[in-house]
Design a protein around this ligand. Sequence first.
Ligand code: PLP
Length: 393
Amino acid sequence: MISRTMQEQVKNSSIIRAMFEEGKRLAAIYGTENVYDFSLGNPSVESPAEVKKAILEVVNEEDAISIHGYMNNSGYEDVRAAIAKSINDKFSTSFTHNNIVMTVGAAGGLNVVFKTLLNPQDEVITFAPFFGEYRSYVKNYEGKLVVVAPNTVDFQPNLEELKDKITLNTKAVIINSPNNPTGVIYSEATIIKLSEILKEKQKEFGIEIYLISDEPYRELAYDHAEVPYLTKYYENTIVGYSFSKSLSLPGERIGYLVIPNQVTDHEDVIAAANIATRILGFVNAPSLFQRVIAKCLDAKVDLATYNRNRELLYNGLLSYGYECIKPEGAFYMFVKTPIEDDVEFCNLAKKKNILVVPGTSFSCPGYIRIAYCVAYETIEKALPGFKALIEEL
Ligand code: PLP
């Protein structure tokens, strides 16, 4: 009796989630400590101490009726003002609370953006490898996701192919940097070139192309790497931010959109995003956590822990002969499989109790994604298995 679209969704249900379930099954047989689950991007570093302090402060000191109540669908005005100020201080922008819409994580924010922008058959372009959920988010609003093939040399987006893929039906381009699954940060040179192409194509076709920057990993950048702030390069940019990874709060579902005044029809876009938040059934982003994150905008998770994992895994895999780009951000490593069939490689890894996700899930076969947001000891114990795998193949 379920709808045809949901029948399809259930059939194709995320391979990543399936891996997570497989991990639980193997853990029940072999014990949790003997299963090396690198399948899910669930933060392994605790939220900073400021978060717990802020929760207690809000609960103990603020008015209970107010903190648990409904508010403007875009979120509390003072929280949005604090976020705007924090962005302005960091990136020399000039946003106000009007430019900020609080969302139910990045996922909620992207759904609000697509609901706001897409007519049926509108095209949204993205670059492989990409977060597979984009397919569902675009399809939710009858849009069409157009995929640009991966550039496996350095995993910067393939901009020549982008030029060919832009048509009269292009409504948006979505990028994600630092990237899931590669950990690559799109360089400033890339962003400048991308912006130029979009400006040219807007003129050539007489259309508006929105650039959506999906940035849940913005704060997870190693070695002080710069992550360019896209609104400064291209006027039609909408930013989707999330505290899921930056403050290790994925279950709390809190994030925001930035819709600058420079965006075409910005007043309509902001009004539509506000209504989309309501009618998609979110109503508003979680109220308690809006108040909490407003007190934690300068707090940081312990990046050194992820960095230690990155170094151990990267150096280990390289020494065994694996090929991989060293991630500059996020907590994923995208590794070339020693055999062509990445799904088969994942099955072989499973036999050594190692759970990783095939690149096919990110539209980039021939690779695996290793989520290294795990205990350091998990990597130490899994490395001999990775070594045996490449030796046996
Ligand atoms: N976008 C990307 C690239 C992601 O990797 C994720 C989660 O892993 C999301 C969006 C969704 O994040 P959130 O938990 O904030 O909804």
